[in-house]
Design a protein around this ligand. Sequence first.
Ligand code: NAP
Length: 468
Amino acid sequence: MTQIGSEDNPLRVAIVGAGPSGFYAAEHVLKDSSAHAQVDLFDRLPSPFGLVRGGVAPDHPKIKSVIRVYEKTAAREGFRFFGNVKVGHDIEVEDLERLYHAIVYTVGCETDRRLGIPGEDLPGSHAATAFVGWYNAHPDYCDLEFDLSCERAVVIGNGNVAMDVARMLALTDAELRTTDTADHAIEALDRSGICEIVVLGRRGPAQAAFTNPEIRELGEMADADVIVDPAEVALDPASAAYLESDQADKTTRVNVETLREFSGREPAGRRKRIVLRFLASPVEIRGEGKVGSVVVGRNELVDEGGTLRARDSGEREELECGLILRSVGYTGVPIEGVPFDERRGLILNEGGRVLDSHDAGHKVGHYTAGWIKRGPSGVIGTNKKDALETVRHLLADVESGTLMQPERPEPGAVEELLAERGVRYVSFEDWRAIDQAEVGRGEPHGRPRVKFVRVEEMLEALGEKVSG
Ligand code: NAP
């Protein structure tokens, strides 16, 4: 058998999930010209770019400019995109094993974490991830309905997603109409009755997970005041000592300074208010048939092995509200046939090599990168380094010949299989046509694009150009 990664036997890699980690993994594999690599990048949606398209807030267009980097990867020789192909439905992991030397799973964390409190499933209580998908025109969420007729919304969590959803609820109609927010969301947000958005952090200002630009932005809204009670930014002794120590990180320092500055502001009487609360956890959601209020428990911080954790003080207050968005993190969804760590919500792996089970070795030929490898943390760029670690292991395994031996490694085999199964896959060229159609729809309105919200709409935009 010729050496894998040679001219006669090019390294064939399937990457599952076309978000940032998928593109970074593809780039790292293709950059290594010695492996004569070919990468097929699969995504269940016709559109690539994962959370850059479906997660990043529409009023943060600069963050989305990273797409240009991914387009360069897509232009590399040996790269192919297979959009609209769901692994586990249209094609199985076992099929991929017959076609590729290696599979890299970069599917991200597709669902939300729950609070586990009574009333969480009442209508009006939603995962922030669903709200994000809805305003970003993600096909999975386009039919959801959010009742925005109430006066107060409560956002639970203190990460950047909480900042995004709080801000989206407070943007003016004029601001929204210059973005690529889904039309259905612009219309609903325009009619919204929400005038107060309360953000509940279960720990203190020095433990918040948001980053400096995101918290600062809340203080620069065109038509919303940011409100922080000075008593709530007063630090407990342990947090104060930490901030004064050499170990204090700059992000925490600046977050606390920003919140202190907010707490000294007089409200300017703007149309909306964003109220940031700390040491406050939801303990119950109440309502008759829909959300009517949330019972909030006051926390105190306790040192548990060097980490300051929130402990319920027993004190309660009830906040009337009609919308609750829980923004307490994402978690991974298992893929049939791929070992999964249920406790951590990740693919079982070591440095990106998928493990057979907790105490067994590498599941040969299977790799992972990004959130589904390490958990939902970090910024987009974090995934570049993360994918590099995985690809280094993969290339080391090419060297040692520890990869799968596919029955049909020729590039045409996957196209044949998809054609046999009647799967209309979307190539990168097809995607470019969809992309241009979206951009064209936005142009007359001075918007970057008007997204298609349904898979069928994207396929229709291609007309007879659809491959497969
Ligand atoms: P995150 O940063 O992990 O924040 C989750 C928040 O939920 C934390 O404040 C956490 O508090 C809180 N939480 C967890 N369980 C809770 C519970 N039971 N009750 C109350 N609060 C609870 O997650 P994320 O906001 O989903 O963001 C995911 C990643 O994407 C992050 O790395 C984020 O920075 C990134 N992101 C970046 C941007 C941007 O750069 N603009 C935008 C969006 C997302 P504890 O700390 O107490 O656990």
